[in-house]
Design a protein around this ligand. Structure first.
Ligand SMILES: Nc1nc2c(ncn2[C@@H]2O[C@H](COP(=O)(O)OP(=O)(O)OP(=O)(O)O)[C@@H](O)[C@H]2O)c(=O)[nH]1
Ligand SMILES: [Mg+2]
Length: 459
């Protein structure tokens, strides 16, 4: 939640209650746009007629509401208000709420885009679920329903008393602003994809004793660990695959430790890396993956298909654990898989768990990377066009946020989109996924280079 400090008193011209930073953040959700304030309830009145007089036939609009508890939230609709009495179809509609100083976006549930809102003579509504300026009063009404899935306590602190409601006209800027310049450079071409695949195929770990780099994926339940393996496997198989079980459930869907080699095509040779999938982290102790289990995995003691038991840590085989595992069996790169839509609402308990894991991984000197998944869900602009990923200032703030919450450098945070509902491969998606693997191999090399000095086994 973002608390407002100063409240501007409107003069002749309408004055927005958004700070410059908040305005920028909201624009980040919408692309290269200009916002023009059309309607301000404290000036024009909370009535539906005042709202329609100022906002009808103005094209796409962004509504920003402020409540007594200091929450700033609202929604965007790409279809103009017209009092048509029709159900509006709007796949681009979304709700948002500032959490900390970034807006979190709540998209319309798929399958419901035909009921995005009712375009009637009343005040603004989203999915006939959330009504602003309800009954011509500074009130919010939440009718409940599943068109938008949100938590009222998180979104607006369950406080339905509005102190302001603003509607902005949203227009695409014609000129390219400085923000259009990508903050990371990616070549989104088929040649680049081939080049990355070739370089990954030909990669050889820095130490002779290690034939394949072992990459361990750790992260909260449902963050996309299994999906990342499936996606990488798909890229190299040339078709969508779903070998690892993925999906959504309250607790971790993955309950076994799995080490997945990836083949270069159906009949191809195994690639020089293995992706190790784990059970999801949960915030409570005694649930989900345990730090002692992680420690055993890192040191190469846990066999493939070991079934995690959240109440008891892995008990190493007496004989095996008496000798240290070889470098080949150990983990060479740890990847923290984090859902971009959940960073702001990550609980402090989970953050503490991740910090404890990081401490352990640090002490072993293992390379670490953050994979920021679901960038498509986090930002509508990116959902429409993955190439806008590194132009999106919203994703940039998410990368910065995860970097500071986990204490890893920004350069170690890699945003990706996993394959989730697609039936066919997509070039942009492949390029990002391959870039991520390439980076993991580079990091693993740094680690091997480092241990090489102590184990004296360089090539
Ligand atoms: N839109 C979108 N959905 C994703 C992405 N990554 C994963 N998902 C979806 O998120 C859900 C959870 O993904 P999983 O791969 O099962 O997550 P996990 O981290 O393995 O979860 P557990 O094994 O339960 O801990 C699935 O429904 C995926 O389709 C992504 O980048 N974009
Ligand atoms: Mg999984």
């Amino acid at each position: 939640m973002y608390k407002r400090q100063v409240r501007n008193v409107p003069t002749d011209a309408l004055t927005s209650d958004l700070s410059e930073e908040q305005r920028k953040q909201l624009c980040g959700l919408l692309g290269n746009v200009d916002l023009t304030l059309l309607y301000k309830a404290s000036v024009h009145g909370y009535t539906a007629s005042a709202f329609h007089q100022r906002c009808d036939r103005q094209g796409p609009t962004l509504l920003v509401a402020y409540n007594r508890s200091g929450y700033i939230f609202g929604g965007y609709t790409s279809v103009e208000y017209a009092q048509s009495g029709q159900q509006i179809t709007d796949p681009d509609i979304f709700l948002f709420s500032f959490q900390g100083n970034v807006p979190v976006c709540i998209k319309i549930t798929s399958g419901y885009t035909g009921n995005a809102r009712l375009d009637d003579t009343g005040g603004p509504n989203f999915g006939q679920q959330l009504y602003f300026c309800y009954s011509n009063q500074p009130l919010l009404l939440n009718q409940g329903g599943s068109i938008f899935s949100f938590n009222a306590a998180i979104m607006y602190g369950n406080d339905t008393q509005l102190t302001e409601c603003e509607v902005y006209k949203v227009e695409q800027c014609s000129q390219i602003s400085a923000e259009e310049k990508p903050w990371r450079n990616v070549l989104w071409t088929a040649e680049r994809k081939d080049e990355l695949m070739e370089s990954i195929r030909n990669y050889k770990p820095l130490m002779k004793s290690v034939s394949r780099v072992r990459i361990l994926m750790i992260g909260p339940v449902g963050a996309g660990k299994s999906s990342f393996f499936n996606s990488i496997n798909s890229v190299f198989m040339g078709r969508i695959t779903s070998k690892a079980m993925s999906g959504s459930a309250g607790t971790s869907l993955t309950t076994q430790f799995r080490t997945y080699p990836v083949k270069d095509g159906r009949e191809g040779k195994p690639l020089p890396f293995v992706l190790c999938d784990t059970m999801g982290l949960e915030e409570q102790s005694g649930a989900g993956l345990d730090i002692d289990d992680i420690s055993s995995i890192l040191q190469g003691h846990v066999p493939d298909r070991y079934k995690f038991n959240p109440t008891t840590a892995f008990q190493p085989d007496e004989k095996k654990s008496s000798r240290p595992a070889s470098l080949q069996e150990k983990i060479h790169c740890v990847v923290y898989v984090i859902d971009a839509t959940k960073i702001s609402i990550m609980s402090s308990k989970l953050e503490e768990k991740l910090a404890a894991i990081r401490k352990k991984v640090n002490s072993l000197g293992i390379a670490q990377i953050v994979l920021l998944t679901k960038v498509d869900e986090a930002c509508p602009l990116v959902e429409e066009d993955l190439q806008s990923l590194y132009v999106s200032s919203y994703i940039k703030t998410k990368v910065q946020e995860v970097s500071s919450r986990l204490g890893v450098p920004v350069s170690c945070v890699l945003p990706v989109k996993n394959y989730s509902q697609e039936l066919e491969l997509e070039l942009n998606c492949d390029v990002l996924l391959l870039n991520a693997i390439q980076q993991m191999l580079n990091f693993a090399d740094d680690y091997l280079d480092d241990v090489g000095h102590t184990e004296s086994d360089p090539i």
